[in-house]
Each structure stands twice: as structure tokens, then as C-alpha cells.
Design a protein around this ligand. Structure first.
Ligand code: NAD
Ligand code: HJL
Length: 227
């Protein structure tokens, strides 16, 4: 079994989630950031790829004190578990995801350097799955086994691609923002190689939000939460 998996992302009106230098661009409006914070607070774990850690150095914590308090009142830790998909154990030791604010799992593949893995083990839990690349199905199964029922994926484009390709995504929430980023090599929501047949999604909701619109798509390929 695996958790319910949803991707959350912010995209410019020209379809970019970052610029061609892969820098962190503030795409969400303040209104969207508040929704993102609530979605984190409602999740058991928040996952990103190592590309996002290297370019954004995110904290992946709940920002609102009230939402953190509500979690504690429900018997949960203040913040959801943070999960980094990092085949070769490249997570810098001074990354904010390794701070003490939340439980953190770094998922690595068998190719990861053993010394670096040992250093990571002093700061986080390390889960090994897959030879060259992290086996995402095995990771989701592990997360389910430790109680994760709702997993929020906050990118980036490579992780989004792999999860969709493997039919492991139930929903995608995109905030389309009133801005143009441009850039031939700027990442879009999903990278990788084009699918032979496009993966279909069903429109679930549309909501104007600040200077943009939030759209939730239900993925047709999600295989009933079975792994
Ligand atoms: N606007 C947004 O909502 C948003 C959200 C997150 C990230 N971003 C942007 O996305 C960019 C980072 O995206 P990215 O695509 O470079 O990196 P990513 O975060 O998707 O990480 C990809 C890396 O994860 C590792 N990995 C391990 N196992 C894997 C597997 N099974 N499948 C895929 N990858 C696997 C690989 O090393 C791969 O290079 C940054 O520019 C960041 O700012 C934007
Ligand atoms: N929803 C969203 N809107 C954006 O405009 C943007 N640039 C990101 N990017 C996702 C990325 O991973 C961010 O770096 C984390 O959202 C930061 O998380 P923290 O505040 O450090 O906890 N995400």
C-alpha cells in the first residue's frame, strides 16, 4: 500500500516553475503561500527531490504558529516528516531540511557514497531503495509502513516526472501565477521524456486566488493506492 500522493506547484503563465538558472523564483502569491502552508499542515509528510534542495534549500516546515498548534492538539508533531529523494546522497550537511525542526528521511540508492551516508545518518534517517536511482514505489511503501497516509510532493520537475510515469500520483494542484518567466531551459512542471500517450487528468476544481488561479487535477493513472 502507498499513501495518497499529491503534487503541489506554482507555475508562471508561460508554464515555468523556475528560471533557466534554476533559481528559486517567488511564483506563488501570498494567498497561495497560505494555502500551501495549510496543505503542508494537513499532510503526514512533504517530499522534494535533491535538485530542489540544491537550488532552493527549503525548510519544508509549517510556517503558521496556529497551524502548528492545531497539529500538536491532534497529537501530531508540529511539522510533517520531510523526505528528500537523493540517489547519490548529495544533500549538503548544512541544508535546512537537516535542521532539528522536523523528522527527516533522506532516501538514497545503493550507489550512494557510504561515508556521506554515515554523515547523513547523524542528522536524519536514511532509507536505501533502488540501485542507481531511488525506487519511488519502495519509498512510498516504506512511508506508508511508518504511518504516512497523505504525502505532499513539492517538486521539482524530475521527481514529478518519475512519480507520474509510475502512476504514483493521485492529484496535482497547480497555482498559475500572473507572471512570465521565459527561458528555453527553465524547468516546467514535469521534465523527463515525453510519454508515448499523454497521461490524462480530470479537472477537479478551479479557484481564483490573488494574482492567479489554483487548479486541482485528478490523475487518471493513479492505481488505487496499491504498490
Ligand atoms: N515552483 C514550484 O512550485 C517549484 C517547486 C519545487 C521545485 N521547483 C524548482 O524546480 C527545480 C528543481 O527541479 P529538478 O527537476 O532540477 O530537481 P528535483 O527536485 O525533481 O530532483 C531531481 C533529482 O532527484 C534525484 N532522484 C533520485 N531518484 C529519482 C527518481 N526515481 N526520479 C527522479 N529523480 C530522482 C535525481 O538526482 C534527480 O536529479 C528548481 O529550479 C526549483 O526551484 C519549483
Ligand atoms: N508553492 C511554491 N511557490 C513558489 O513560488 C515556489 N517557488 C515554490 N517552490 C518550492 C520550493 O521547494 C520552495 O523552496 C519551498 O516552498 C520553500 O519552502 P520553505 O519556505 O523553505 O519551507 N513553491
Amino acid at each position: 500500500m502507498r499513501p495518497f500522493v499529491f503534487i503541489n506547484a506554482a507555475m508562471s503563465l508561460d508554464g515555468k516553475i523556475s528560471n533557466d538558472r534554476r533559481e528559486q523564483v517567488r511564483i506563488s502569491s501570498p494567498e497561495d503561500f497560505r494555502v500551501v502552508d495549510r496543505l503542508r499542515a494537513e499532510s503526514d509528510a512533504v517530499m522534494v527531490g535533491i535538485g530542489t534542495v540544491l537550488s532552493d534549500d527549503p525548510k519544508l516546515t509549517v510556517k503558521s504558529e496556529e497551524l502548528r498548534r492545531e497539529r500538536v492538539e491532534r497529537g501530531l508533531p508540529e511539522n510533517p516528516i520531510r523526505v528528500v529523494v537523493d540517489s547519490r546522497a548529495r544533500t549538503p550537511l548544512n541544508s535546512q531540511v537537516l535542521n532539528q525542526a522536523a523528522r527527516t528521511i533522506v532516501a538514497v540508492a545503493e550507489v550512494a557514497d557510504e561515508e556521506k551516508v554515515e554523515l547523513l545518518r547523524r542528522r536524519a534517517e536514511v532509507f536505501v531503495a533502488g540501485k542507481e536511482r531511488v525506487d519511488l514505489r519502495a519509498l512510498l511503501e516504506h512511508l506508508y509502513s511508518i504511518g504516512v497516509r497523505r504525502l505532499m510532493v513539492e517538486g521539482g520537475s524530475e521527481i514529478n516526472y518519475s512519480l507520474i510515469r509510475e502512476g504514483l500520483v493521485d492529484e496535482i494542484r497547480v497555482f498559475y501565477s500572473g507572471m512570465v518567466i521565459a527561458g528555453r531551459r527553465a524547468p516546467t512542471l514535469v521534465s523527463g521524456e515525453s510519454f508515448d500517450t499523454p497521461v490524462e487528468a480530470r479537472l477537479k476544481s478551479v479557484e481564483p486566488l490573488g494574482n492567479g488561479v489554483a487548479v486541482v487535477w485528478e490523475m487518471r493513472t493513479a492505481n488505487l493506492r496499491k504498490v
